[in-house]
Design a protein around this ligand. Structure first.
Ligand code: DCP
Length: 129
């Protein structure tokens, strides 16, 4: 093992929105791209990446959870497109001055109020009819 490596060691799941936001801000800043990263431009970039994500599923028919029949190349492509969407979403929230993580937690609480457990079968499933 290379002991000179200063790479942080952590669980693969241990990535915070704040770290992603900070790294994206630095990525844009050192390239002089902040000037182009307006809310509108980032939204359009986000929508473009959602389109690229959609293309992966286009014309495939239903896809089983866990993607059992997908190649590792297909899964890697999906990871990249999901990441592009996430990264533009984080940047959009950042340039709007919003705390996306806190907002998402607040929204989950709001969703739970809107869809109480006792009414889940009637209300949530009615969305699919
Ligand atoms: N002004 C920019 C341009 C790119 N990116 C970052 C965010 C995305 O993660 C990725 C998007 O890069 P591309 O526009 O090259 O898009 P793709 O990676 O999807 O490449 P392609 O469209 O060639 O498949 O780079 C960014 O933050 N700001």
């Amino acid at each position: 093992m290379d002991k000179s490596c200063k790479c942080p060691t952590r669980s693969p799941k241990d990535v915070s929105l704040q770290e992603l936001r900070d790294r994206l801000a630095e990525f844009a800043q050192v390239r002089g791209w902040d000037q182009y990263h307006s809310p509108r431009n980032l939204l359009l970039a986000l929508v473009g990446e959602v389109g690229e994500l959609s293309e992966i599923f286009q014309w495939k028919g239903e896809v089983a959870k866990g993607l059992p029949n997908w190649t590792s190349e297909d899964k890697e492509h999906l990871e990249e497109e999901l990441s592009d969407v996430l990264l533009y979403l984080i940047q959009l929230a950042d340039v709007c001055g919003l705390d996306l993580g806190q907002a998402a937690l607040t929204k989950i609480v709001k969703n739970a109020t809107k869809y109480p457990i006792s009414n889940t079968n009637q209300r949530a499933t009615s969305n699919y009819n």
